[in-house]
Design a protein around this ligand. Structure first.
Ligand SMILES: *Cc1c(COP(=O)(O)O)cnc(C)c1O
Length: 646
């Protein structure tokens, strides 16, 4: 079988930017930026939501403008125009493939609501997708009603997945009364029996889909959502049974769709091809048994190149959007031609690839903690006669490019001795402070000398990690990038300014939750990943802002309220054809009142409890009149405050 060869549209999208300045190179923006992100001459991060050169948003300007109006980070900047761009370029990729391979059918897309279910996003996609009959994919009752409220085109599909109870089924079946095409996709024969029965009771003839489990698996993190042991869908035996049941119920014309989903973030195109081939074959064979099935839904899975490596690594992909589309269209066309069946309308449910790029989180660095950093003059003032401290003084003094490794081992030993002495009570706090400073100072020198080694041993490489500064930022990783925590997913991180200034520090990023897991210590790198990021030293009196990018898919709902930090403020940003920036009204993040309410506290009751206690203490003469009011005023202001640092 010939292999698809389209190259025309496979070239990566032309970046809207010239190469970023050399100082910005460590961030790899060229690799993962996908033409959306760049750096301007002022050294600021910019966004070109429509990938048009000259129409860029200066991110720092947007941030400053909001800070002036007391809307402070953390906040999400959303670029709805990026959603439009992704949608139309995905649609275009399929249009190209259909033309190239003369595919005798069409393609329509559906957005899986679970990827990011905010109403503004669904509205945006529904509106900009009307021209392509873009639909929605839902997996629960809540997602279904939300989908039914959207301004879809009349021919758009609503694909109803997931297990369903009576009301879910009823609502899906009654969608036709709203002029909506909701396809009830059933997972197993029991589901099917209930669906057919309810349809009869309601005298509805809803379009039905069957979710089929493929034996070929996807690839990457989510490959388990596919394959013989997957949680979802019917195996061959179930499928045969289901087809018989539909036939017996006289519902042959109701079977409108076969559905597959190979799992998210498919990183290896070869596995995807295998799956498309199998899917097309199942479709053709089912049609040959007498069903005129209009839709072949191949689900989602199209990846996002988070680390910019363009490889089959976990958070990348070794193919382009065009190649993926080509493979789907070509394979289905080819199989249907050889099997002599009509080519179906191809349905895709790409979510991650549509939503990931459109949102970035802006955080402010609140402080930088560097191990053992203190002014040298201050340390020299401390006179210590403790043995290990004196030894450390000598080690630090005599270290050079030849003896650094030995001196490092000596320093480790002296530090151990120092710790034991302290534990036994023979060392004062000031001695210990001086000793620690000397130790870290030595480590810094060792790291410096060892970086020049050809084969740097692990114990010396580890020094970089030990010495990395902690950039403490005002955000919660658990809320804003849960996938980093859940499975070490990498997201690009970059300062939004000073990008024409060489970053001289190395740091990891810590959030403000009281949880040591709230640390970002893996960063995208050309080779695999790096455990600290190049950053700039703070300047007194000047804020330092970082952006986490590609957060538009899956992060918001999976995020949790650890430490009762809730949702962050979100701001829509766009750019008009004349170059003017358009900025929406900020959608405020959660207040303390909101998050307490979400956990079933009654905020007013909390306030009343405080108030009662104050009254009691005043009655006992422990409190003056003014104190009572003041404390109460503080508490009630706090309830309405943003949960993050302001
Ligand atoms: C989650 C899901 C998708 C979306 O997958 P992406 O990899 O985000 O494109 C599509 N279809 C179904 C059935 C899903 O469950």
């Amino acid at each position: 079988m010939p292999v698809p060869t389209t190259d025309s549209a496979q070239a990566p999208p032309k970046p809207a930017y010239a190469s970023p300045p050399g100082a910005a190179r460590p961030y790899g923006i060229d690799s993962w930026g996908f033409g959306f992100f760049g750096v301007n001459t002022a050294g600021h991060l910019t966004v070109a939501p429509s990938k048009i050169r000259g129409l860029e948003v200066d991110v720092l300007e947007v941030v400053r403008e909001h800070v002036r109006k007391q809307v402070c980070p953390p906040f999400l900047l959303r670029f709805p125009q990026i959603l439009d761009e992704r949608l139309s370029s995905l649609h275009q990729a399929f249009a190209n493939a259909i033309e190239e391979f003369r595919y005798p059918g069409r393609h329509i897309g559906a957005y899986p609501v679970k990827v990011n279910q905010r109403p503004d996003i669904l509205h945006r996609l529904a509106n900009s997708g009307r021209a392509f009959d873009y639909g929605l994919e839902v997996g629960s009752k809540a997602e279904l009603v939300a989908a039914l409220s959207m301004p879809l085109s009349d021919s758009a599909l609503i694909a109803c997945n997931g297990l369903k109870d009576d009301l879910y089924l009823r609502m899906a079946m009654q969608a036709s009364k709203l002029g909506r095409q909701a396809v009830v996709i059933v997972e197993d024969t029991q589901d099917l029996a209930r669906t057919l029965q309810l349809a009869q009771t309601l005298s509805e003839r809803p379009p039905i889909g069957l979710r089929v489990r493929l034996s070929s698996r996807g690839s990457g993190k989510w490959e388990d959502s596919c394959g013989e042991f997957a949680k979802f869908g019917m195996g061959t035996l179930d499928l045969v049974q289901a087809l018989d049941m539909i036939r017996e119920a006289g519902g042959g014309s109701q079977l409108r769709m076969l559905h597959f989903h190979i799992g998210s973030q498919v990183n290896d195109i070869r596995r995807a091809k295998q799956a498309f081939k199998e899917a097309a074959r199942v479709y053709a064979k089912a049609v040959q048994t007498g069903f005129d099935i209009e839709y072949l839904n191949v689900g989602g899975g199209l990846g996002v190149d988070y680390d910019g490596s363009g490889t089959a690594s976990e958070f990348s992909m070794n193919y382009t959007v065009q190649e993926f589309s080509n493979d789907i269209v070509y394979t289905i066309g080819e199989v249907c031609a050889t099997e002599g069946v009509r080519a179906p309308t191809i349905v895709t449910e790409h979510g991650r690839a549509v939503a990931a790029y459109h949102a970035m989180l802006i955080v402010e660095v609140r402080k930088v903690v560097t191990p053992g950093l203190a002014p040298a003059e201050y340390i020299e003032e401390i006179r210590s006669v403790a043995e290990p401290v004196l030894e450390l003084v000598d080690i630090a003094r005599g270290i050079n490019a030849k003896n650094f490794r030995e001196r490092y081992h000596d320093a480790l030993q002296q530090r151990r001795d120092m710790t034991s002495l302290f534990e036994l009570g023979y060392l004062g706090l000031r001695d210990k402070a001086k000793g620690e400073w000397l130790f870290w100072n030595t480590c810094r020198q060792v790291a410096h000398f060892s970086r020049k080694m050809k084969d740097r041993p692990k114990e010396l490489k580890d020094l970089d990690e030990m010495l990395a500064s902690k950039y403490v930022c005002n955000f919660s990783m658990f809320q804003s990038m849960p996938d980093f925590w859940a499975f070490d997913q990498l997201f690009p991180v970059i300062p939004i300014h000073r990008l024409n200034e060489v970053p001289t520090e190395r740091g990891v990023i810590c959030d403000i939750t009281c949880d040591s897991d709230g640390t970002v210590d893996r960063f995208v790198d050309i080779k695999h990943f790096k455990s600290s990021l190049e950053l700039h030293p703070l300047r007194p009196g000047e804020p330092y802002y970082l952006a986490f990018l590609l957060l538009g898919a899956y992060q918001e709902t999976l995020g949790d309220m650890h430490n009762l930090f809730g949702a962050v403020t979100a701001i829509d940003v766009g750019i008009e054809p004349d170059g003017h920036r358009s900025v929406g009204t900020p959608i405020r993040g959660n207040s303390v009142r909101d998050v307490l309410g979400a956990f079933r506290y009654e905020p007013e009751e909390v306030l009343n409890a405080i108030s009662r206690r104050l009254a009691d203490r005043k009655a006992q003469g422990l409190l003056g009149q003014g104190d009572e009011h003041e404390v109460l005023a503080t508490a009630s202001r706090l309830l309405d405050d943003y949960t993050y640092l302001v």
